[in-house]
Design a protein around this ligand. Structure first.
Ligand SMILES: [Zn+2]
Length: 566
């Protein structure tokens, strides 16, 4: 062999792919939405996308070849708003009283009774996932319901939105809540007609109970993160934005990543306190490590910014609205317009402080008035200190006014900021409680078509554990706009539906933008990380109903196969 031939062979071997997927329909989600047949991957990256003839040239002796047999490939799906670490640990440690497990108050009582019998005397029973909109009785679970089976065991069941819970009498006693306890600031102790607490505690009132819960261990958190990551991989998901974490969550992420047990890209937002002092402390401890453009390192675990709460929930009717909430669609909920999560001027000042510190901020804003205040706060901060590219987000952005939409469009264009980070599956999974609460306003909830008309891109998230985490539900819900139980009267309508191409972009390239990785993931293009998913059907050609049932058959993360359907 001449030395020239040796060099050529060496070069060829160096260039051969580790993995080639061919004979498929590759939905690249690139700028032209091109469809290809095949992908070649070497190391962590995509090295070729194109026809079988071109891409297969890169397959060598050691290359693994996957014949897709015509199946569709998409970029790995991204969840732009999932409480991954905290809800992951709840997933494996708490009693599940969600819709799949309990369809009535009676079912929930039965589950709590069974758990009470296997819990040590005085030990807490903590559950999660109930929603009165889906329960046969269509009412809150109460302390009295739980007392009947739990006796002296303290019980707390968190609502699926995470914005309220029900505690039994033993738990209320531990928390020191009586008929004389006033509502805390930005919280509600729900009361029965006779003035006694019903057991339902909303927003900040939940803290009276949850501060007595036993602490989770680091091992609980780490085990849950590694296990939950695999469940996401099995749904073709390869990246998440985890909003509102604390130092324990971060330590757990770092430990799992260090052991190479984190097959997901994780972008976190730190949980903001509600005071200027809390913001100063967070900026002092986290601002220098939260530079999403500069400090991405291996692009696997990113300290991305801060999460602020502007208001509450559309389920609890605590979100901050211009007009009073409805009940049962047509009734008016007295003068209740919800409330901000703290003094609105303080919240505006916090956003300004984080912005001035160069941090990316996403703000939970459900009600129309909360969204107006949030985008107004972004506008004020950007006017005072013009900074392009911090990509501040409006989490949920459920029911924006026309003026808020116009401001979003302007701030995106001028500053690359003010992007909606909604949850399409709200209209589905909590739609049966949302629709009666929003009343006629429900028609413009999640106004995706209007966003598109105004040139606004959004990043979709499940808000798990508020709705189920598989991203395929978010794709489907953005088109279907149907409630879980099929609420009568078509409350959300179809005027704000978008097509599957937009719905897919909201969980791929547009979501990648809100974790500052759109140049590295979110589409299938040469040079990007090989994060992708193979599906049992083609999302671009199946019926809307079938999108909800898509099955992932193979997931590649960072160039490695991390899931294969059995
Ligand atoms: Zn959330």
């Amino acid at each position: 062999m001449t030395s020239l031939t040796a060099i050529l062979l060496l070069t060829l071997r160096m260039q051969s792919a580790d993995l080639v997927l061919h004979n498929g329909k590759v939905i690249t989600v690139d700028s032209a939405d091109r469809i290809a047949q095949a992908i070649a991957i070497r190391g962590q990256k995509i090295i070729a996308v194109g026809s079988d003839a071109d891409v297969l040239k890169l397959a060598g002796k050691t290359t693994r070849r996957v014949d897709l047999k015509g199946r569709a490939v998409t970029p790995g799906l991204i969840d732009a708003h999932i409480h991954f670490a905290p809800s992951g640990v709840e997933r494996y440690t708490r009693l599940d009283v969600g819709y799949a497990a309990a369809k009535s108050v009676a079912d929930i009582v039965h589950l709590v009774g069974a758990r009470a019998r296997e819990t040590a005397a005085g030990g807490w029973i903590i559950g999660t996932g109930w929603d009165e909109g889906k329960l046969a009785e269509k009412r809150y679970v109460t302390a009295a319901d739980l007392d009947a089976v739990a006796g002296d065991q303290p019980v707390a069941l968190v609502h699926t939105t995470g914005h309220y819970l029900v505690a039994n009498s033993a738990a209320l006693r531990i928390a020191g809540i009586t008929r004389d306890t006033p509502d805390p600031q930005a919280g509600t102790i729900d009361r029965l007609p006779d003035g006694e607490p019903s057991g339902v505690l909303k927003e900040s009132a939940m803290d009276l109970v949850n501060r007595h819960w036993p602490a989770l261990t680091a091992a609980d958190r780490e085990r849950a993160i590694a296990r939950f990551a695999k469940e996401l991989n099995a749904e073709g998901m390869t990246a998440v934005k985890d909003p509102g974490i604390d130092g324990d969550d971060w330590a757990a992420y770092r430990a799992v990543r260090a052991r190479n047990e984190l097959p997901l890209r994780v972008f976190v937002l730190w949980s903001s306190g509600k005071t200027a002092q809390a913001a100063r402390d967070l900026i002092a401890s986290r601002a220098s490590m939260s530079r999403p453009y500069a400090s991405t390192g291996d692009d696997r675990l990113i300290s991305g910014g801060v999460k602020v709460f502007m208001d509450g929930s559309g389920g609890a009717r605590t979100a901050w609205m211009w007009q009073p909430w409805n009940r049962n669609t047509t009734e008016v909920d007295g003068t209740n317009t919800g409330y901000p999560a703290a003094n609105p001027d303080t919240l505006r000042a916090l956003i300004r402080m984080y912005h001035d510190a160069g941090m990316h901020v996403s703000v939970h804003s459900i009600g129309d008035r909360a969204i107006d205040w949030t985008v107004g706060s972004f506008e004020a901060a950007l006017a005072a200190k013009p900074t392009r590219g911090l990509r501040h987000g409006i989490i949920h952005a459920n029911i924006p006014t026309d003026s808020a939409i116009a401001t979003m469009a302007r701030l995106e264009r001028d500053y690359d900021a003010a992007y909606p980070e909604p949850s399409a599956s709200f209209t589905w999974y909590i739609g049966d409680v949302y629709a009666p609460n929003f009343g006629a306003r429900a028609k413009r909830l999640n106004p995706f078509a209007t966003f598109l008309k105004n040139g606004i891109h959004w990043a979709n998230g499940s808000d798990y554990s508020v709705t189920p985490f598989p991203a395929r539900y978010g794709i489907w819900a953005a088109i279907a706009r149907e409630t879980l139980l099929g609420a009568p009267g078509d409350p959300f309508g179809r005027d704000e539906s978008v097509d599957v191409r937009a719905a897919l972009r909201a969980v791929t390239i547009w979501a990648a933008h809100q974790i500052f990785l759109e140049k590295k993931i979110g589409s299938i293009e040469v040079g990007k990380y090989a994060d992708l998913a193979v599906w049992d059907r083609d999302p671009y050609t199946v019926s809307t109903a079938e999108l909800k049932e898509m099955k992932c058959e193979l997931t590649v993360f960072n160039g490695k196969v991390v899931f294969e359907a059995p």
